[in-house]
Every structure is written in C-alpha cells, then in structure tokens.
Design a protein around this ligand. Structure first.
Ligand code: TMP
Ligand code: ASP
Length: 239
C-alpha cells in the first residue's frame, strides 16, 4: 500500500509525527529545528532535517541487520520516514562510555574519563522538569514501565553499544554516550523508537577529541550540520 501523510499527531522540538492512511504506521518528519537545554535554545540549521533523516535511517538499518528491532520501515522523502506506530514509554535510556555532559556536572567528574563498566541512566522525558534523572523504582511506582519492559530496554540499549561503538570506531570516532527511546508495538514488544542521530549522542574524534555532535550547537562551536555530514562520511554514508 502506498503510504500517504495524514493529520499531524505530535510536534516535538525537532521532529513532527503524522498519522498515515495505514493505522499501524506513522510518518516521522525531521525538521531543521535544533534544540538544546530543553527547548531554551532553538535554531533552524539548513539541511539538518535531511541529514538526520538519512543518518537515522542508516543507523537503524545497521541495528536491524544486527537483530535489533526498530521502528523504522522505510525512507519516504529526504526529510521523512515511515515508522511503525508504537506506544512510547516516557523514559530516555542513556548509556555512557566516557564521562561528559550532565554526568560531569552532577558528579564533578572530569570530561573524557573512560567509564568501566559502561553506565546506564534513565531520565524522565519532561521538558518542564528538565528531564530529571529517575530510577527503576520510580518507573515502576509511577507505571511508566513494567519490570520486564525496563529489563528489555536496558538490554537493548547495551546491545546497541556493541553494534555502534565498533561502527564509529572504524571511522576513528569515540561513541561517548547516547540516548535511546523505546515504545511498545501492537503485539506488546519493546521496539527501539525515536531516532539515533548526532542530535542525541556524543561522538568525538578518537585522536583529537574534537566534538562532532550536537555539543557543537550547545556550546556554540559552529559548523554543526557540516560536522554531522562528516560523521556520516566517516561511517561510509554519503549524504
Ligand atoms: P546528558 O549528558 O545531557 O545527560 O546527555 C547524555 C546523552 O544523551 C547525550 O548524548 C545527549 C543525549 N540526550 C538527549 O539527546 N536528549 C536528552 O533529553 C537527554 C537528557 C540526553
Ligand atoms: N534535550 C535535548 C538536548 O539538549 C534537546 C533539548 O533539550 O532541547 O540534548
């Protein structure tokens, strides 16, 4: 069936979700809007929607090839992808291989320290509260997820590290940390949703430690989309 775009379902800070003519599918549109600090800083960056849509499609394909179920079905246009409809769980799953960002701020730790073992954190998806860190007992007490869903999200988030760390390493980059979001499919399965793009992870050049991800935008370092395209190039994706 030819998928066509229907009514808008949800407009996030950087993506818009649309219904389609198929009740089991949605369209994710990647916009040029780039947001940081829970929507405090928002700018339109030319071509970012296209770059992130193509980047996300490529990464999700790599994950599917490694046996990880994702929401992505196909790329519809340069900025839009067809995805399975999921009931999203309002938790962000963060794995860190090296210390950066909020971990350094929270614990006074020096940026760049290798974390062994790799750490896992949950954050509640809530801009008004600035995405507070929460734990498993909060998730259970407030019915954000069941224990089985929590266990599955954690396991898949670590599985993603096994696939993507070597992929980026081949491009001489360190996968410092990343954030994943999951949803529940119509048959009750936990499926990787949302996106994996340089907007939601940290990637550094392995030698110079140059920041190549959205920290360029957060910290006003410039050349944001150019850097995303460079990341793609380095992993063999020409955008
Ligand atoms: P943090 O250091 O700010 O906690 O972020 C850890 C990683 O998760 C980093 O790669 C950015 C990503 N992230 C998001 O993309 N969105 C978010 O809302 C949060 C909290 C983190
Ligand atoms: N939470 C995202 C970030 O800064 C986007 C935003 O907060 O506006 O990574």
């Amino acid at each position: 069936m030819q998928i066509t775009k229907g009514e808008e379902l949800y407009r996030g800070k950087a993506k818009t979700v649309f219904h389609t003519n198929d009740a089991t599918k949605l369209i994710l549109e990647f916009r040029n809007d780039t947001s940081a600090f829970d929507g405090e800083k928002i700018e339109k960056l030319e071509r970012k929607g296209e770059v992130n849509n193509k980047f996300n499609h490529f990464i999700m394909q790599q994950l599917e090839n490694a046996g990880i179920k994702t929401q992505v079905e196909s790329m519809l246009t340069d900025t839009q992808s067809v995805v399975k409809k999921l009931s999203m769980i309002p938790l962000e799953c963060v794995v860190r291989n090296f210390a950066a960002g909020s971990l350094c701020r929270r614990l006074g730790i020096e940026e760049g320290i290798a974390l062994n073992p790799t750490t896992f954190e949950f954050f509640l998806k809530n801009d008004a509260l600035h995405d507070p860190m929460v734990n498993e007992s909060h998730a259970l007490a407030f019915d954000w997820a069941t224990q089985a869903q929590i266990d599955r999200m954690k396991a898949i988030t670590f599985d993603v590290n096994e696939v993507l760390t070597p992929l980026f390493r081949k491009g001489n980059m360190l996968l410092v940390d990343y954030k994943l979001e999951f949803g529940v499919s119509h048959d009750g399965e936990i499926v990787l949703g949302d996106e994996f793009t340089p907007d939601g992870c940290r990637l550094w050049d392995a030698d110079t430690k140059k920041k190549l991800d959205k920290d360029r935008f957060r910290q006003g370092l410039g050349s944001v989309v150019e850097s995303y395209i460079e990341i793609a190039d380095r992993i063999g994706l020409s955008i």
